[in-house]
Design a protein around this ligand. Structure first.
Ligand SMILES: [Zn+2]
Length: 168
C-alpha cells in the first residue's frame, strides 16, 4: 500500500513553485449566485446585477440589494468600458499560473460608477508602468480552459500611455 503524494501547500513559496511546475493554475468555479456572470463571460459579455426594486447596480453578485434589501434582481449587460479605480503591480508573483509581474485592478464601469460596483481584473496589453488611476479601460476576454473565460481589461484607445510618450 502506498501513501498518496500530498498536494503542494499553496500558502508557501515552495508549494507555489511546485504548483507552477505542475502546471496548476487557478480558475473560477461558478455557483448558483455567480453562474450568470461566468456564463456571460463565456459568451464574451460582461453582466452585473441590478436591483429591479430600486435600480441600483451591485457587484460582486449577492442575494439581496445593498440599498433596499430587495431580492428582486436582473442581470444587465455592460459596455465593458470603465476606468481604473485603483490597482497594484504584483512583483512577488506568488499565485500559480502567473509569470512575471502583472497588474491587478479595481475598475469602475461607466454604467455604474458608484462605490457599490468594483469589477476586478488584470490590466493586459500594456506595460504595468502605463497604468494610472482614472485610466480608461475596456474589457477583453481570456479563455483559461474550455468553458472558463475570465473578463480582463486593457487600455482603451483614449488612454494616455507613458510608454508611448503620452502624459496621463
Ligand atoms: Zn435595491
Amino acid at each position: 500500500m502506498t501513501t498518496p503524494t500530498p498536494l503542494p501547500n499553496p500558502e508557501t513559496r515552495a508549494g507555489q513553485e511546485e504548483m507552477k511546475r505542475m502546471g496548476i493554475v487557478p480558475w473560477p468555479i461558478a455557483d448558483d449566485l455567480t453562474r450568470p456572470f461566468w456564463d456571460a463571460a463565456n459568451r464574451h459579455e460582461l453582466v452585473i446585477q441590478r436591483c429591479t426594486a430600486c435600480g441600483e447596480f451591485r457587484h460582486t453578485p449577492r442575494a439581496d440589494c445593498l440599498f433596499c434589501k430587495s431580492t428582486d434582481v436582473e442581470w444587465v449587460k455592460l459596455s465593458g468600458k470603465g476606468t481604473v479605480f485603483t490597482y497594484i503591480v504584483d512583483h512577488r508573483n506568488e499565485v500559480p499560473g502567473f509569470d512575471g509581474h502583472y497588474v491587478f485592478a479595481f475598475i469602475n464601469p461607466v454604467e455604474a460608477p458608484r462605490t457599490s460596483v468594483r469589477l476586478t481584473g488584470n490590466i493586459l496589453e500594456c506595460d504595468p508602468d502605463d497604468v494610472y488611476i482614472g485610466m480608461p479601460v475596456e474589457v477583453m476576454y481570456k479563455e483559461l480552459k474550455p468553458g472558463v473565460t475570465l473578463p480582463e481589461f486593457r487600455p482603451a484607445p483614449e488612454a494616455k500611455l507613458r510608454s508611448k510618450g503620452q502624459t496621463p
